[in-house]
Design a binder for this molecule. Structure first.
Ligand SMILES: [Cu+2]
Length: 238
């Protein structure tokens, strides 16, 4: 019992109280997109297999015990108590076991999401009705609705909000987190592939919520250096 409590307390503190610890596994930067997709596919496969098995059994039983005469009423097959328990508990156990298995896998991936890699490039994003300011704290650069980052380097985003709750969502990078007024929250993402990614607000925040989106441009390290030099003097979007 005490061990159970200890484990519970540990899990609780890890999930709800962990700050942005900047640790990485043996210097390895996890690939969040791959991790997320793996978990998602695993879940799809599991629920498809379990769903199919359950559906087939149900169909078989429906067919086997169907009404064969129009005047036939309530002639159901009687199960023993043990039979009832078996038919109830075994499917429930299968579901639960898979849920717990997926939850454990999810927890592993979650840890990677909440542990920012050491070498992350840090940005500040401030949400407001209805747009995003992107601040490069070490440069004199503020962008609006645009994020430019170097390829191959993880990026940490410190999220703030000027007014109401917004939510930063970049589906292509598999990240999403709320920007809450009075708080600094965070997320991080990988930049393995060059290209453009959409980010958008996913917390309804008023009339022009649907127009609150921007793009993330992942450019080569060289291009990023040149871009920084260009923008240092100009200070923002050009
Ligand atoms: Cu918003």
């Amino acid at each position: 019992m005490r061990t159970t409590l200890k484990v519970f307390a540990m899990v609780f503190s890890l999930v709800f109280m962990a700050g942005p610890s900047r640790a990485s596994e043996k210097g390895q930067v996890p690939d969040l997109v791959a991790e997320w997709d793996r978990l998602w596919h695993e879940m799809l496969i599991d629920i498809t297999i379990i769903g199919l098995i359950f559906a087939l059994i149900t169909l078989y039983l429906m067919f086997k015990y169907r009404r064969t005469r129009p005047d036939q009423e309530g002639g159901s097959f009687k199960l023993s108590t043990l039979g009832v328990m078996g038919w109830t508990l075994i499917p429930a156990f299968i579901f639960l076991a898979d849920d717990i298995f997926l939850a454990a896998k999810n927890f592993e991936v979650w840890q990677k999401y909440r542990n920012v890699p050491e070498n992350a490039y840090v940005l500040e994003v401030e949400a407001y009705m209805w747009g995003w300011d992107v601040i490069y704290p070490e440069e004199n650069i503020t962008l609006t609705n645009e994020i430019v980052v170097p390829q191959g380097r993880p990026v940490m985003v410190r999220l703030k909000s000027r007014d109401v709750i917004h939510s930063f969502f970049a589906p292509g990078l598999r990240v999403k987190w709320d920007a809450v007024p009075g708080m600094v929250t965070y997320l991080w993402f990988n930049t393995h592939t060059r290209g453009e990614y959409v980010f958008t607000c996913t917390e309804y925040c008023g009339l022009l919520h649907s127009g609150m989106y921007g793009k993330i441009r992942v450019v080569s390290a060289d291009e990023f250096r040149r871009w920084l030099e260009d923008h240092r003097e100009k200070g923002g979007n050009i």
